[in-house]
Ligand binder design. Structure first.
Ligand code: ATP
Ligand code: MG
Length: 112
């Protein structure tokens, strides 16, 4: 099992959601995040204090999935979230050691 974390442009969320729905993804989590990448942040002075104005709004998708679906999910997000401009986002794949469905007590692949 794997955890896929995809940080994407908020305006791409609906298209990515639809594309993932089409390939049969049943569950995902979404959060609004602030962050920065390669272009870094910069700071501004305001009344003698330094403030970071560096953060840009992104959306983070978290998808827990079985090994055999991982590549298809990554490919789908890569294609759908891409505009070709800086700030399109990133995808991280992290090994997942276990999953449980609380209601039934199932674990492993069948809990996903
Ligand atoms: N190494 C990282 N660790 C944690 N979060 C990151 C990392 N790199 C990027 N992010 C998150 O991803 C968001 C989008 O990153 P972004 O697409 O700008 O990456 P990038 O490496 O700067 O690529 P690009 O040059 O295409 O902009 C950032 O706002 C931040 O939230
Ligand atoms: Mg960037």
């Amino acid at each position: 099992m794997q955890k896929i974390e995809a940080i994407i442009q908020p305006r791409k969320l609906e298209a990515v959601r639809q594309a993932l729905d089409k390939i049969g993804i049943k569950g995902l989590s979404v959060s609004d995040i602030d962050g920065y990448g390669n272009q870094k942040g910069h700071t501004e002075m305001y009344r003698g204090q330094e403030y970071s104005v560096a953060f840009t709004k992104k959306v983070k998708l978290e998808i827990y999935t079985t090994d055999n679906k991982t590549d298809e999910i990554v490919k789908t997000i890569m294609e759908t979230a891409k505009s070709g401009k800086i700030g399109d986002g990133k995808i991280f794949v992290i090994p997942l050691s276990q999953a449980y469905r609380i209601r039934t007590g199932e674990s492993g692949d069948s809990a996903i």
